[in-house]
Design a protein around this ligand. Structure first.
Ligand code: GDD
Ligand code: MN
Length: 396
């Protein structure tokens, strides 16, 4: 690999952590970074820095950090004008790390000793192995919640974590890969990931703890090579948690917003709506044409009208980011679209006939109700995305 040492910045947001932050900075510099230098776990050289993002704490946290910065040249302080939420603090810290500290990797690390510093070298090791995004998980083997946690906090953490995971990712692969979506311990590669994220914190659905979910979702969406390492989450060393009772509700709200506004969801909902409109067009014109035409013409004309409606609505709405607009392309794609629709009719005919042969002719509507969502919908979705409105490959 490369010879030059990579820079990793441990970003630590603080609000009233005067009793913790000095000890933390000392511990990281005298113990953790020494271990990294001596390559106890690691293979490569690392340039380790600490950036404290303080929410202008009234307890003098900033003063403590300033003193430490005089002692250690790798310690930096960014002071916010006021307490602005942990999510906003981290994004400000990321930006600062990129612009002023030459960060190749940024850590999210809390200042209260709940995240064991010993996990940092382990996470760096994963980065050496080529991962882009590594998080500490309390839910994998070797990870754990604090012993001192009461039933309520454990309940919220377990159930809340699972619900968030479900809402954001089900049924896709990240639902199975991400076991601890609300974890606070993470490291992210800057090149290709942090530098591609929107670091303007006004875009966050919440400036508070739910930002974790959003950054997680956005980073995975960028295609990050992802891994979890065990996190033994400790009880707080001193001071108080800034988590509030409303946080659980906030996290739930954020998870829903993330999934709802995701490009994929929006497309899929529009695709479903267009399909339903197509069905209505088909039914209405079937009845209308039947008044003055004999079979099979009403069936044929109404089906074609619904195909036309589907094509136009999908092109101008569902897939408007890949809109086909040149007249020659429209002609070509419309023909393809018709061919693809014939495919759907064939699938429906084959499976409908098989079902009737096996289970009798009494339950036609039931067969249709199964065939459409489980076969026709996925078929159409696949054909539209891979052939008709194929996304142009973006060069990295
Ligand atoms: N600058 C700034 N502004 N820092 C803040 C703010 C804020 O508004 N709120 C909290 N912090 C700092 C704290 O001082 C601490 O260093 C760190 O952020 C974590 O805050 P805690 O208040 O200790 O959070 P927690 O321990 O209850 O929650 C932890 O576990 C959650 C999962 O259960 C955090 O790691 C969360 O990120 C995590 O989601
Ligand atoms: Mn904490």
């Amino acid at each position: 690999m490369k010879n030059k040492a990579s820079t990793a910045v441990i970003v630590i947001p603080t609000y009233n952590e005067a009793d913790n932050i000095g000890k933390m900075i000392d511990y990281l510099n005298t113990k953790t970074f020494k271990d990294i230098e001596e390559k106890k776990v690691n293979k490569e050289d690392w340039d380790m820095k600490i950036l404290v993002v303080d929410g202008n704490s009234p307890d003098g946290t900033g003063k403590v950090v300033e003193e430490k910065a005089k002692k250690y040249s790798n310690v930096f302080l960014y002071t916010e004008t006021s307490k602005d939420g942990i999510g906003a603090a981290y994004l400000k810290g990321f930006k600062y790390s990129m612009e002023h500290l030459k960060a190749d990797f940024v850590f999210e690390f809390d200042g209260d000793f709940q995240h064991p510093p010993e996990t940092i070298p382990v996470m760096l090791k994963a980065m050496e192995d080529g991962y882009d995004y590594v998080i500490g998980s309390r839910k994998v083997k070797g990870g754990s919640n604090p012993k001192g946690w009461g039933f309520k906090r454990v309940f919220f953490s377990e159930v809340g974590g699972f619900v968030a995971r479900f809402i954001m990712f089900f049924p896709f692969k990240n639902f199975f890969k991400v076991t601890d979506p609300t974890t606070g311990l993470k490291v992210t590669r800057v090149c290709g990931f942090v530098d591609k994220l929107n670091l303007d914190y006004t875009h966050l659905y919440t400036k508070s703890f739910g930002y974790k979910l959003q950054l997680l979702f956005e980073t995975l969406k960028l295609g990050a090579k992802f891994k979890e390492v065990p996190l033994q989450f400790h009880v707080r060393n001193a001071g108080e948690s800034k988590i509030e009772a409303s946080t659980a509700k906030d996290i739930f709200r954020v998870a829903i917003l993330i999934r709802w506004y995701d490009d994929f969801t929006q497309k899929f909902l529009k695709f479903g709506t267009v399909g339903f409109i197509g069905f209505l067009v088909n039914a209405i014109f079937l009845n209308l044409f039947s008044k003055f035409l004999n079979k099979p013409w009403p069936w044929m004309f109404s089906a074609e009208l619904s195909i036309i409606s589907n094509f136009i609505l999908n092109n101008t709405w569902t897939f408007k980011s890949q809109k086909i607009s040149a007249p020659s392309d429209i002609a070509k794609k419309f023909l393809q679209f018709n061919t693809s629709s014939i495919g759907a009719i064939i699938i429906q005919t084959i499976f409908g006939t098989i079902a009737e042969t096996l289970f009798g002719t009494d339950h036609k509507t039931l067969y249709l109700a199964i065939i459409i969502p489980f076969l026709i919908l996925p078929y159409n979705w696949f054909m539209y995305n891979t052939f008709i409105w194929r996304k142009k490959k973006q060069s990295k």
